[in-house]
Design a protein around this ligand. Structure first.
Ligand SMILES: O=P(O)(O)O[C@H]1[C@H](O)[C@@H](O)[C@H](O)[C@@H](O)[C@@H]1O
Ligand SMILES: [Mg+2]
Length: 281
């Protein structure tokens, strides 16, 4: 049977690598910082320019007729998954890191058809590491197969959590109360790279056992979701239910035991969905 999406997958890897090169060479001139949802939710001209480069490459290859595009900086099509082939793109995941020269910045490109994620590509451009996965065909870093950790004991795990860009006191209190409870299980450690896409790849390659966050967007995690699953991991909603790409929350883990142990400690707070539907509790 013809494999319709292999060419798109390979093209996405090429585009991600080129976009990453653009990020690396963006000089100080481009790091003119603006803000979005809060004074610490940063965006730069590089985010906008690199998204344009990615979009025009994909539209040039696949046309604008039947493909839809969801991107952090332009969201031309609303964040509603239809059955149409849909590209879900974060041109610069880890923008704050990029502004500060903290070396974890990723290009995240995901592709969904019939509302199912077909492949994900995450290029950690400062590390020059290409993570990728196609549904049902395994996960890779620089073409080497990657697998989640086999740790089943929470007290032998490293957990990633991020504080996000919302600084409202009630949310910050819940975020740090959750972190404190997890730290004092105790786990071996808490970490965070500052980019959700990279955090998910760290789960996928077994460097950490889980990453969870409330407040991320579909473009931050769509590609990482495919990579975690294909590396043998699991993704759930923070309430233990099924993962919902548009819910702006998730737990990604090496196995169900670790995922459910983390879920027990998470203090959930509301976060408006990417698709505008009412948020679940
Ligand atoms: O760097 P961006 O694309 O904005 O995404 C990050 C977000 O800004 C942070 O608040 C989250 O904690 C990270 O997980 C996202 O990757
Ligand atoms: Mg981004």
């Amino acid at each position: 049977m013809e494999d319709k999406w292999q060419e798109a997958y390979e093209f996405a890897v090429e585009v991600a690598r080129k976009a990453g090169a653009e990020i690396r060479k963006a000089g100080d001139s481009e790091i003119k910082v603006n803000t979005k949802s809060s004074s610490v939710d940063l965006v730069t001209q590089t985010d906008q320019r690199v998204e344009k480069i990615i979009f025009s490459a994909l539209k040039g290859k696949f046309g604008e007729g039947c493909h839809r595009f969801i991107g952090e900086e332009s969201t031309v099509d609303s964040c509603v998954l239809t059955d149409k082939p849909t590209w879900i793109i974060d041109p610069v995941d880890g923008t704050t890191n990029f502004v500060h020269g903290f070396p974890f910045v990723a290009v995240s490109i995901a592709f969904a058809v019939n509302k199912e994620l077909e492949f994900g590509v995450v290029y950690s451009c400062m590390e020059d590491k290409m993570y990728k996965a196609r549904r049902g065909q395994g996960a890779f870093c620089d073409d080497e197969p990657i697998y989640v950790s086999d740790v089943k004991e929470i007290k032998k795990s490293i957990i990633i959590s991020e504080h996000g860009t919302d600084r409202s006191p009630e949310k910050v209190k819940k975020i740090f109360s959750t972190m404190q409870k997890i730290l004092c299980i105790p786990v071996h450690g808490l970490r965070g790279s500052g980019t959700a896409a990279t955090n998910m790849c760290l789960v996928a390659c077994g460097a950490v056992e889980a990453f969870f966050e409330i407040g991320i967007h579909c473009w931050d995690i769509a590609a990482g979701a495919v990579i975690v699953r294909e590396a043998g991991g699991i993704i759930l909603d923070v309430n233990g239910g099924p993962f919902d790409l548009m819910s702006r929350r998730m737990v990604s883990a090496n196995n169900e035991i670790i995922a459910n142990r983390i879920i027990k400690e998470i203090e959930i707070f509301p976060s408006p969905r990417d698709d505008g539907k009412p948020q679940l509790e």
